[in-house]
Design a protein around this ligand. Structure first.
Ligand code: SAM
Length: 675
């Protein structure tokens, strides 16, 4: 094997569209309470305890793959010690561990797929692979290895054996014949039919039994998932129960297999067609490529690449869509502590995190607001694109995170940045009139599960309600902070590292409704999928197709969403459609309880009220308020306050035609009658 290939870490798939992750036979376990009283399995425990339970050795577990077949051609990188740290971007830092030593790297490299360009090496690797495959077979019934389960190296080997896992046979239970799981498609229809005929959804008694035994057998679950997916893929032909029963079973199995709570598994499952959903869940088990962004304030990409190559770093440009990104395959030195890093020549930054800034496209000498900016991956990129001119207000409400933001700004030599720490909802009161605003909103992180797997079990429905509400408030403030008369800009970019519709399309759609003076424009991003215009019975603004979605399984980058708005001057029409004071602010109690209403009836009243106020302010005569259901409802307010409110409401410019004629005798006495 050539030296380069030997030292080269399994290259992650190139950052291009439509990278196919095929389903792998990965097993998960470890008991985790999913907050709903159910016990789920997580990958860690599975690798030790579950393997033991099933009489499988760690060796076998180690060799289980979790990436697509493509990885054999030099793709894929395990969560191994040969990973590079990301001290810059704590959001993006999880899973970016430092390379510890050469030995680890070599062990790691030996276990991974090597340079596809080198045929000789590939052939040698294939041989090695066959050997591993034999070992795998032997280890199936071997006793559990006492060490090393769940370690980083284990994960590294994980990836290397992907192709092997793909071709493994899985022993099906209860006398069903051995079936090559991943080659099922290649076998004749007859075989498939035979298996499908025998596939039965578990009865409720069987499910009860499974629960009693601490969850279903993992191979059973795996098989069931495949079968459910196939039945759902051609339901007319294979379905013999209702579609929803198969869907329900599949979601439940996905949740236990990949270690999600059922609520989140279902939420994510519905984003995709069945087969693709499984690819998505599978891709969340695989770390994304390690990428860095050249800080053009301090270095040129070519010089930086050369300097790092001289240190033994194996890297390549990410792709044509970025001229500052580099993908790091392997590094003998911690990539977060090289002299170049310390001198601010680059930022460790996930590729997806470049996208909102590319969409924002700031120009020199502009005024830009980065509303939720810590730890500064995007701020420092904005600053660099502005060539240290103009001004970037880098805001974040979290004071602790502002420290790392400041540190990054200093290290990268950004001199045009003002750091501040306000709740984003205080803008534009704090300061407004920006040429561009980036709102990289706080979100659930469902796009970065491969970095933070805690998301799998710690997100509940209430979290999504609260987040979506906060995002809606922030986006209106972001829009209102833009100067619509900006000569060079007038744009807002909204992004999240989440893939849920509540946090993306629903937020953008809300902003379009509330601010008729903004419209969606092309993000300028060369790839990514169109945002939803319809989703599960909800219809969004047709222009939502201009927004972009990015997925781990499709683009080999973190799940991300990007929308770009152009803010235009308010016209009379837009003012009358929605006044500035139509922001629906949740009370603290509402936020705390999670019961916030964004129902359109309520919004309609607020909009009507705003219209009235605006017309009145312009001296127009306005019709008296129509009593609404809300107004008619009893209010538990002290009488004197009600009185005052009523006074206020009727304190309009008197106009003869509006003042009802009141018979003096009908008026209540203001003083007790004397005598
Ligand atoms: C997705 S992270 C931002 C990452 C950052 N843009 C970057 O590229 O490094 C979201 C940030 O929003 C901040 N945040 C949460 N609520 C906020 C609020 N109400 N106002 C401003 N910032 C907020 C969090 O502290 C967090 O740093």
């Amino acid at each position: 094997m050539g030296r380069r290939a030997k030292n080269k870490q399994g290259a992650p798939p190139p950052l291009r569209e439509d990278t196919n992750f095929t389903k792998s036979a990965k097993r998960k376990a470890a008991d985790i309470d999913d907050n709903q009283g159910n016990v789920k399995r997580s990958p860690k425990k599975h690798k030790s305890a579950q393997a033991h339970e099933n009489g499988l050795s760690n060796g076998k577990e180690k060799k289980k793959g979790n990436q697509g077949k493509e990885n054999k051609k030099g793709k894929g990188k395990g969560k191994g010690k040969g990973k590079v740290g990301n001290p810059d971007d704590s959001d993006d830092s999880l899973g970016w561990e430092d390379v510890e030593d050469d030995e680890d790297l070599q062990a790691h490299a030996a276990s991974l797929f090597n340079d596809p360009a080198d045929d000789e090496d590939m052939a040698a690797l294939d041989d090695e692979f066959v050997g591993l495959e034999d070992d795998f077979d032997k280890e199936i019934d071997a006793p559990e290895d006492s060490e090393g389960s769940g370690g980083d190296e284990e994960a590294a080997v994980d990836d290397s054996s992907e192709t092997k896992t793909k071709s493994k046979t899985v022993r099906l239970k209860d006398g069903i014949k051995e079936n090559s799981v991943d080659h099922a498609d290649e076998e004749g229809d007859e075989d498939e039919d035979e298996n499908r005929e025998r596939f039965m959804l578990p009865t409720s008694e069987q499910k009860e039994e499974e629960k009693k035994q601490g969850g279903p057998d993992i191979q059973e679950v795996q098989l069931r998932m495949q079968m459910c997916a196939k039945v759902l893929g051609d339901f007319k032909r294979y379905g013999d129960k209702s579609r929803s029963e198969y869907v329900e079973q599949l979601i439940s199995d996905i949740a236990s297999y990949y270690g999600y709570n059922e609520f989140l598994a279902e939420k994510l499952f519905h984003l995709f067609p069945v087969d693709e959903a499984i690819e998505f869940f599978e891709a969340n088990e695989v770390p994304r490529p390690v990428t860095i962004r050249t800080n053009t304030l301090r270095a040129r990409r070519r010089d930086l690449a050369q300097a790092l190559i001289n240190r033994g770093v194996n890297l390549e440009p990410i792709g044509k869509w970025t001229n500052v990104g580099l993908q790091v395959f392997e590094s003998p030195v911690p990539i977060g502590a090289t002299p170049e890093y310390l001198a601010g020549h680059y930022m460790l930054q996930a590729a997806s995190s470049f996208l909102p800034v590319i969409a924002l496209s700031p120009s020199p000498n502009e005024r830009v607001l980065d509303m939720a900016s810590a730890p500064g991956g995007k701020t420092t990129y904005i600053s660099a694109l502005m060539q240290n001119t103009g001004v970037v207000f880098a805001n974040d409400s979290n004071k602790a995170r502002v420290k790392s933001l400041s540190a990054n700004i200093h290290r990268l030599g950004c001199k045009n940045v003002v750091v501040c720490s306000y709740d984003g909802r205080e803008f534009p009161k704090v300061i407004g009139g920006f040429d561009r605003v980036l709102l990289d909103a706080p979100c659930s992180g469902t796009g970065v599960i491969s970095k933070d797997s805690s998301v799998k079990i710690n997100k509940t429905e209430r979290d999504f309600t609260l987040l979506s509400h906060l995002q809606k408030q922030l986006i209106l403030c972001a829009i209102d902070s833009v100067d619509p008369s900006s000569a060079t800009g007038g744009y807002v970019v909204y992004s999240t590292c989440s893939v849920t519709v509540d946090e993306n399309e629903a937020v953008v759609d809300y902003a379009l409704k509330k601010r008729p003076n903004v419209k969606l424009v092309d993000t300028g991003l060369e790839f990514g999928r169109e945002g939803y215009t319809n989703y599960r019975g909800k219809t969004f603004n047709a222009k939502l197709n201009l927004t972009r979605r990015f997925y781990p399984h499709a683009h080999n980058m973190d799940g991300f969403f990007v929308a770009k708005f152009k803010v235009e001057k308010k016209t009379k029409q837009s003012i009358s459609m929605a006044g500035k004071d139509t922001i629906v602010e949740a009370t603290n109690e509402e936020v705390a309880s999670g019961h916030m209403n964004f129902d359109s009836d309520e919004d309609k009243n607020i909009i009507n009220e705003a219209k009235r106020k605006q017309l009145k302010a312009k001296g127009y005569r306005v019709q008296p308020r129509q009593p609404t259901a809300a107004a008619a409802a009893p209010v538990s307010r002290p009488f004197h306050l009600l009185q005052r409110k009523a006074d206020k409401q009727t304190a309009v410019k008197p106009h003869a035609a509006q003042i009802p004629k009141v018979n003096r005798q009908q008026r209540l006495p203001t003083q007790a009658p004397s005598g």
